[in-house]
Design a protein around this ligand. Sequence first.
Ligand code: TUI
Length: 299
Amino acid sequence: MGNLFCESLKIKYPILQGGMAWVSEANLAASVSNAGGFGTIAAANAPATWLEEQINKTKKLTSKPFGVNVMMMSPYTEEIFDLLVKNSVDVVTTGAGNPAKYIQRLKEVGTKVIPVISSVALAKRMEKNGAFAVVAEGCESGGHIGELTTMVLVPQVVDSVQIPVIAAGGIGDRRGVRAAFELGASGVQVGTRFVCSTECIVHQKYKEMIISAKDRDAVVTGRFTGVPVRAIKNKLSIRLEKMEKEKVSLEEFEKFTVGSLRLAVQNGDVENGAFMAGQIAGLIKEIKTCDEIIKELFE
Ligand code: TUI
């Protein structure tokens, strides 16, 4: 299962840890890499200086390979890519946009680029532009999502490109991993399950929100903005839903969304925070170490 993919990334298990803004930092990335998966640090909306600190910290915590996820809507994208070219990390994954114009520069310093995509068209474009692999992410995921489910997206992407396809969205246990391989994936990317790891630095309330979530509690808001986001239902999501119905302006809507993920991650603000999580939240019942989570997924 996923052997060639593991060999090329020098990992034991074909699993990438999702690049979750403010969640995926040095401790989580290093713990996943130390457990035989592939850890990633999310550059999120942070400046390059923050990312550099996190890269250096991760290198102290693990001797295994790890990567960086670049959120393409960040205002710091240019300086982040400059830093990544200078630091030549093993892998760069990207989300929330098209990284085409940065791929060659990264390849030249030996960095493999793995864009997260939510359509066949973008997967093909990324292959043509030199991507090493793609993560095909279904709308079961948390955070910013596309339209298609993992079940329909993954096999269509697999049939459209030659490069490895990593499945993401809705994978939280061994059954999900097996299903992903059955759909033709070479590996999986897992996010929400790792939020509920011992090593994950999010506020305890964030973990509790996921653990107490039921099957329909990870809801989507903000479709009208063009950037739909999935998060655990709470006072904020209910308010946003109401604002959408009332057809408020984008400006008004963003007063409540800007900074809301940090309120969840750092303050555990259960009322005003955006507790981004995937639909698999309903399946997650226990906090475990990254090592236990990976063994549970693969052994
Ligand atoms: O990027 C994600 N998930 C994210 S990013 C994020 S940070 C954020 N927070 C609040 C609002 C907005 C962002 C939280 N979660 N997943 C990967 C992903 N990428 N899903 C969809 C896409 C995507 C969308 C459009 C990839 C490419 C794309 O390209 C558009 C184009 O330019 O062709």
